[in-house]
Design a protein around this ligand. Structure first.
Ligand code: NCD
Length: 329
């Protein structure tokens, strides 16, 4: 049988196609700069449907037969397992590569070749890598969608999506809120992505950090260019009473060149029930996690502590994203 005949006979019997004309079909997700408000509304609508589907039936064969490659060059618990759970709840499967020292990466394989390899087996690739810009490098050679799950101190767009979804679902809106970001604003990629994405909304943004962990000046200028007027503080008390969303972050020890510098700033802020006495009654505390010591565990029973609920929202957002890039939503 010639190749043409073979192709023709297969396509004649395929029962379903993919929605190739949709906005996200086959797209890479590298930076939050790729999204506008309308895109976010679409993703959140699909995520809500995913949530009610999971609550009603648990799983649904929307991505049956699809394979996701989860390629993690840096540690992860939530991002990696929520992507794995997301594809599995939609009937697909996951190729998990966590410890790249056991893969050909340890033999000196370049990222581009690893990407070309994984896309030979999978329909989409989730990539976490220690180098800023690595997701864009991967996307430049990939034929299948690459989803940036954190590129060094660069970006973490899917975390920003789930952070925003959490804010919306918990507080019922995004416009008009006061968001305070606390901790490591210099190296925290989740801060970089979320603050950019908040530029699409009418929010008041406060940055609270020790001087050495302030937002990178380039990013601050980009936010100012979008018309935002973020204010910088060192003392949380100055802004906590007005805050609707307190976004707490871990000091990113692995990004410091000088361990002594980390020692000086670790533990700069710790949120305790005592701290929260100053906060509004209706507000939320969120955190991309993992926490080290910046939120004390006796905060966990406070109804305003939304960081565990945030993880669950993350799975619905990742289910939505996978369905969209694979042309099934
Ligand atoms: C964050 C990350 O890896 O950037 N975690 C996550 O993805 N949920 C935050 C962190 O490591 O501090």
């Amino acid at each position: 049988m010639s190749r043409t005949q073979f192709t023709r006979s297969v396509s004649r019997h395929l029962p379903f196609g993919e929605k190739r004309d949709t906005r996200f079909y086959g797209k890479h997700i590298i930076s939050v700069k790729e999204f506008d408000r309308h895109d976010l509304e679409t993703i959140f609508d699909v995520a809500r449907e995913m949530r009610s589907m999971v609550e009603r039936v648990g799983s649904f064969d929307l991505l049956k037969g699809k394979v996701l490659a989860n390629l993690f060059y840096e540690p992860s618990t939530r991002t990696s397992s929520s992507f794995a759970a997301a594809v599995q709840r939609l009937g697909g499967s996951v190729l998990q590569i966590n410890n790249v020292t056991f893969s050909s990466v340890s033999k000196g394989e370049v990222l581009e070749d690893t990407i070309r390899t994984m896309e030979s087996y999978a329909d989409a690739i989730v990539l976490r890598h220690p180098d800023k810009g690595s997701a864009a490098t991967a996307a430049a050679v990939a034929r299948k969608p690459v989803i940036n799950a954190g590129d060094g101190s660069g970006e973490h767009p899917t975390q920003a999506l789930l952070d925003l979804f959490t804010i919306h679902e918990e507080l019922g809106r995004i416009d008009g809120l006061t968001v305070t970001m606390l901790g490591d604003l210099k190296y925290g990629r989740t801060v970089h992505s979320l603050s950019r994405m908040l530029g699409l909304y009418d929010v008041k943004l406060h940055f609270v950090a020790p001087d050495v962990l302030g937002l990178p000046p380039k990013l601050m200028n980009q936010l100012l260019d979008t018309g935002m007027q973020p204010c910088k503080y060192v003392d949380l008390q100055q802004v906590l009473p007005q805050t609707d969303v307190l976004y707490v972050t871990r000091v990113q020890r692995e990004r410091f060149d000088d361990p002594a510098e980390y020692e000086q700033v670790k533990g700069s802020y710790v949120i305790t029930p005592e701290t929260m006495r100053m906060a509004k009654e209706r507000m939320i505390v969120i955190h991309p996690m993992p926490r080290v010591d910046e939120i004390s565990m006796d905060m966990d029973d406070d109804p305003r502590a939304a960081y565990f609920r945030q993880m669950e929202y993350g799975m619905y957002v990742r289910m939505a994203l996978l369905a969209l890039v694979l042309g099934k939503a």
